[in-house]
Design a protein around this ligand. Structure first.
Ligand SMILES: NC(=O)c1ccc[n+]([C@@H]2O[C@H](COP(=O)([O-])OP(=O)(O)OC[C@H]3O[C@@H](n4cnc5c(N)ncnc54)[C@H](OP(=O)(O)O)[C@@H]3O)[C@@H](O)[C@H]2O)c1
Length: 324
């Protein structure tokens, strides 16, 4: 698998990452089952065999069970800690935790970040995280408090590098002003059917105002060597198996992917991911399938380079409209 340089972290990361969100069984407090454990082992073994070295988590995924089942699987597979890059996220507090009646909220307070990081390390059975991301912007963020937490985590050897998720350029700029460490990742939802970050640049100053207005986030990250990670890169399966009542543009994009895949003797999954890989930002898709055969189909993206014409045709088909 080809790699990207994560320059400000001194790391080389596989162009495709694996996201462990769906490995934890269910979003409830039911215990992990033997089936969950076997599934995690199989898909992680397959990811490693393809050269994937980057694994994404969050403290909330399946209420902590995704981190636990991942760590158990790595241990059972005998994977040395230093051979993989592990990232997790914190900052979202689910409703009814810790007490019934509390709302879903975001929390970037010093105490919460420190507490969350400790929980993550325990569940992942590791002394350190390669990267910790702030999961979703906290409207009540005090950047100086985040800076204090990041310093403490780094000084104690608990976290090596930091990043954000679902943040705009302005939010990153504000936070970065207070930090000693560079933010090296911004993880955002990005796929052919949800390309707001790309539309933002393409449709600026057009009439009617069709662009997303998210402040040049893609270009800001590119200019500051902040790696864009694409979550839900296959739109949760909608690009390969659209529902019969899916919007026309979704069905058209899926049909075009199937046609190109047939003509180029590759897979629809590979093409949808190659569309992200083609972007010079660059973009690292975070693959989420739990099925080894689908992972094989995804990893073929590393061999595919789309032409400019294919890239724009896919963009316009998935938008259901031309570029200006
Ligand atoms: N930062 C954030 O806010 C955020 C939010 C959501 C997710 N994430 C991260 O992004 C990762 C990926 O998200 P995602 O799972 O939504 O991404 P995805 O790769 O777009 O979707 C995977 C889902 O689609 C299904 N699927 C159906 N057909 C498929 C096919 N042909 N190929 C592959 N998958 C197919 C999979 O089911 P099967 O498992 O049965 O194949 C799985 O449920 C997560 O694991 C997590 O690490 C981050």
């Amino acid at each position: 698998m080809n790699t990207y340089a994560l320059a400000n972290a001194g790391l080389r990361v596989s162009r495709l990452a694996y996201g462990a969100m769906r490995l934890g069984g269910a979003w409830d407090d039911s215990p992990l089952t033997a089936t969950d454990r076997a599934r995690a082992r199989r898909v992680l073994e397959r990811a490693l065999s393809h050269g994937v070295n980057f694994f994404d988590h969050a403290d909330i995924y399946y209420r902590g069970k995704s981190e636990i089942v991942f760590a158990d699987a790595l241990r059972e597979l005998g994977v040395p800690r230093e051979s993989v890059i592990i990232q997790s996220k914190c900052g979202i507090r689910l409703a009814d935790t810790p007490a019934p009646g509390t709302p879903t909220r975001f929390d970037f307070s010093y105490a919460y970040i420190m507490d969350a990081a400790q929980g993550i390390l325990k569940r992942l059975q590791t002394d350190y995280l390669d990267l910790l991301l702030l999961h979703r912007p906290d409207a009540l963020m005090e950047p100086a408090e985040v800076a204090r937490a990041f310093d403490a985590l780094q000084e104690r050897g608990m976290v090596r590098h930091f990043g954000v998720s679902n943040h705009t350029a302005a939010q990153i700029h504000l936070l970065q002003k207070y930090l000693r460490q560079p933010l090296v990742v911004n993880q955002v939802e990005l796929n052919l059917l949800h390309a707001d970050l790309i539309d933002d640049g393409l449709f600026f100053n057009t009439t009617p105002r069709a662009y997303a207005g998210i402040g040049g986030t893609l270009d800001y990250c590119r200019a500051n060597a902040i790696l864009i990670q694409a979550w839900a890169p296959l739109a949760g399966g909608a690009l390969t198996d659209p529902a019969p009542d899916a919007p026309a543009r979704t069905r058209a994009a899926a049909a075009l992917l199937a046609d190109i895949a047939h003509a180029r003797n590759t897979t629809r999954e590979a093409l949808a991911l190659a569309w992200l890989l083609k972007h010079p930002a660059p973009i690292q898709p975070i693959i989420g399938t739990t099925q080894p055969e689908r992972l094989d189909a995804c990893c073929r993206a590393d061999e595919v380079t789309l032409s400019r014409e294919e890239w724009y045709l896919l963009l316009q088909t998935a938008r259901g409209a031309s570029v200006p």
